[in-house]
Design a binder for this molecule. Structure first.
Ligand SMILES: Cc1cc2nc3c(=O)[nH]c(=O)nc-3n(C[C@H](O)[C@H](O)[C@H](O)COP(=O)(O)O)c2cc1C
Length: 165
């Protein structure tokens, strides 16, 4: 099965820490993402401090797993660039690459939505001292504590050829 067909959100982790090699591999994948005009409008914050992870777990209702995760990577969306309105797509591509790299390394991860919700952005930006740009997404990462089978979602009725008629 291809890597991307194995990806699923993993929200429960063992206590094992994530190696520095694995972190670097995920960040290499992130920075390999396509971006408009190759503007690469991203920065990444690695968080493995328990107190900060606990604070980040309160950023939104769906961020609870950070209270148990050994690691988070926060994707920060920078200001400016040649195609500023394309920055969210660029950052989303970087997030997906991190998720796929996690699968490749037998890690489990989940995308926790931040941008464009102002309340979440403000909360996280303050905790992490992000002053230029904004937190775009949180990604909780760890060694999976559970195994689930992946549900296939391909649905031919949602695919059209040439037009939607
Ligand atoms: C933009 C975005 C925001 C998300 N936010 C959350 C979140 O806050 N908490 C969470 O547990 N999962 C979050 N997810 C994960 C989705 O719930 C998950 O991808 C979806 O249910 C499909 O399941 P799968 O990832 O296992 O295929 C988010 C996913 C995306 C793309």
């Amino acid at each position: 099965m291809s890597l991307l067909m194995k990806r699923q959100s993993v929200r429960h982790y063992t206590k094992e820490t994530v190696s520095e090699v694995a972190i670097t591999t995920m960040l290499e994948a992130a920075m390999q993402a396509p971006s408009a005009n190759n503007q690469q409008p991203w920065e990444f914050i690695i968080v493995d401090d328990r107190t900060i992870l606990d604070q980040l777990s309160k950023a939104s209702r769906g961020a609870w797993m950070l209270a148990d995760a050994p690691l988070a990577i926060i994707v920060v969306m920078k200001e400016g660039g040649k195609s500023p309105r394309m920055r969210p797509q660029d950052c989303a591509a970087a997030v997906e690459n991190i998720l796929l790299s996690a699968v490749e390394q037998q890690l489990g991860a989940v995308w926790i939505g931040v941008y464009p919700l102002e309340e979440r952005m403000t909360y996280i930006n303050e905790i992490l001292h992000i002053t230029k740009g904004t937190a775009f997404a949180q990604i909780a990462i760890g060694h999976p504590d559970t195994t689930k089978s992946v549900t296939k979602r391909y649905d031919a009725s949602r695919v059209y050829r040439n037009t939607m008629e």
